[in-house]
Design a protein around this ligand. Structure first.
Ligand SMILES: [Mg+2]
Length: 162
């Protein structure tokens, strides 16, 4: 089955959370909403390469609904655990990803940084998965056989292995 959709986790996969938190603290922010400047530097370029290959894109993670807005212009759908009322690693979260994508689970690749919340449950739900090793959970080993990358710049090439 050909891959048709790539869906990204948000925290640490697309967004550099540590930098965002530092910025909010430095600015004395009273509202905490991610914006384009919080994206990892490799995110938008990766989106462009995947789109050139004809893939559609999504972003869905355990997060507040107000974080969805800045992502919406970049992808075909956005989902948050708050709005969907279901959190990873629940199977229902990944069922909702497939519903939003509108394609069979096997045509969807989910990209995430966490083995427990992203990789294991995505595979269990019938999606494909790529682990990105960065952020607070980077020290956790990927399960054997998991396609693992260190940067989204490596993702286009890694698609051949999933
Ligand atoms: Mg994450």
């Amino acid at each position: 089955m050909a891959l048709s959709f790539v869906v990204f986790d948000v925290g640490e996969t697309l967004v550099d959370e540590a930098t965002a938190y530092e910025r909010w603290e430095a600015e004395g922010a009273t509202t905490f909403v991610f914006a384009d400047r919080d994206l990892h530097a490799d995110a938008l370029a990766c989106f462009g390469v995947l789109r050139e290959r004809g893939l559609r894109l999504g972003a869905a993670g355990n997060m507040y609904a107000h974080h969805e807005d800045f992502l919406r212009p970049h992808v075909d759908f956005v989902g948050s655990s708050e709005r969907w009322r279901v959190e990873k690693p629940a199977a229902g979260f990944f069922a909702r990803v497939a519903e939003e994508a509108g394609v069979p689970a096997g045509e969807i690749l989910y990209v995430g940084d966490r083995v427990d919340n992203d990789i294991v449950p995505a595979l269990a739900a019938g999606l494909r998965a790529v682990r990105i090793r960065r952020g607070a959970h980077a020290h956790v080993d990927s399960p054997p056989g998991t396609v693992t990358i260190d940067s989204l710049a490596e993702l286009p090439e890694a698609l051949a292995d999933v």
